[in-house]
Design a protein around this ligand. Structure first.
Ligand code: F6P
Length: 324
């Protein structure tokens, strides 16, 4: 393989730049020409493709976001869109791809390979940590720490005013961000999509806190929670119990996607970027590079897409025990 391209796709995640840097510098080291594609599959379709060098990735290891920009392309989901993308890659003589993204990105890459035979190796870039085949995804650790900083700050004001706070965190259908930021922030309860939490249990937990004269209570809610988003859950709580304590709702939102990546994310991203590149060079295709038990592994896209990544329910049990 003489020429490859790298791109970021789907929601951005802190550490994507460290990953791009590893792909580019790894390619330079191995004597492979490397191109960058801007805005994921959209840029591929539009031919927004440029040659990269070691200098293209100087001073980016510490930066959040993605220098290659990102997008969710509807056009790539159509056969016409993919035909245009293939034409552009041919124009630039690109023989293989490193895709930094999540499930949607890998689904697109799989279909593209079936139709045009361009091999892709993926690196898991998403704050959600919802991909089977890696213990952690790039950006997850930073997002958890960002959420935690916000939870800590909210705890200060909650405590000063003797209030309950419902804090909604991101994660799409996954409760990973909620569970880890909740444990680290000493939350009284964590609600995740993977495990049913009846509103009656939320009410009981809050009541138990009041009866023990707790000065503040924090419930961390994953955005994909079945009972609804945080404001809806607040409403359901009010319907079940007359509150003699103030309750407020905070949705952390996209703040969790930005910011300086943690050391953990930079190192993980560097390992996975280089791992994806070297996998591609060694003939891997339609697989995602991941780190499982500190070992670099390659998992077929079909498994990263199809197989669930369960949360550790014992951690939820711990939240209950530690909030007595
Ligand atoms: O996948 C990352 C993520 O931030 C999810 O946690 C969230 O559900 C979604 O993307 C938000 O997407 P958008 O930025 O398109 O609103």
């Amino acid at each position: 393989m003489k020429r490859i391209a790298v791109f970021t796709s789907g929601g951005d995640a802190p550490g994507m730049n460290a990953c791009i840097r590893a792909v580019v510098r790894g390619a330079v080291y191995h004597g492979i020409e490397v191109f960058g594609v801007r805005r994921g599959y959209s840029g591929m379709i539009n031919g927004d493709i440029f040659q990269m060098s070691s200098y293209s990735v100087s001073n980016i290891v510490q930066r959040g976001g993605t220098i290659l920009k990102s997008a969710r392309s509807k056009e790539f989901m159509t056969p016409e869109g993919r035909a245009k993308a293939f034409e552009q890659l041919q124009k630039f003589g690109i023989e293989g791809l490193v895709a930094i993204g999540g499930n949607g990105t890998f689904t697109g890459a799989t279909i593209f390979y079936d139709e045009y035979g361009i091999p892709t190796v993926g690196a898991p870039g998403t704050i959600d940590n919802d991909l089977y085949g890696t213990d952690y995804t790039i950006g997850y650790d930073t997002a958890v720490n960002t959420a935690l900083e916000a939870i800590d700050k909210i705890r200060d004001t909650a405590d000063s005013h003797d209030r309950i706070f419902l804090i909604e965190v991101m994660g799409r259908d996954s409760g990973y961000i909620a569970i880890q930021s909740g444990i680290a922030g000493g939350a009284e309860l964590v609600m995740v999509p993977e495990v049913l939490t009846p509103i009656s249990e939320v009410v009981e937990t809050l009541k138990a806190g009041w009866s023990r004269q707790k000065s503040s209570s924090i419930v961390v809610i994953a955005e994909g929670e079945e009972a609804g988003i945080a404001s809806e859950i607040a409403e359901k709580i009010r319907q079940q119990v007359e509150l003699n304590i103030d309750m407020r709702v905070t949705t952390l939102g996209h703040i969790q996607r930005g910011g300086i990546p943690t050391a953990y994310d930079r190192i993980l991203a560097s390992r996975l970027g280089l791992g994806a590149l070297e996998g591609l060079m060694n003939g891997e295709k339609n697989v995602m590079a991941g780190v499982v038990n500190n070992e670099l592994v390659y998992t077929p896209f079909r498994d990263t897409i199809r197989l669930p990544k369960p949360i550790n329910e014992d951690l939820l049990r711990m939240v209950k025990i530690l909030s007595v």
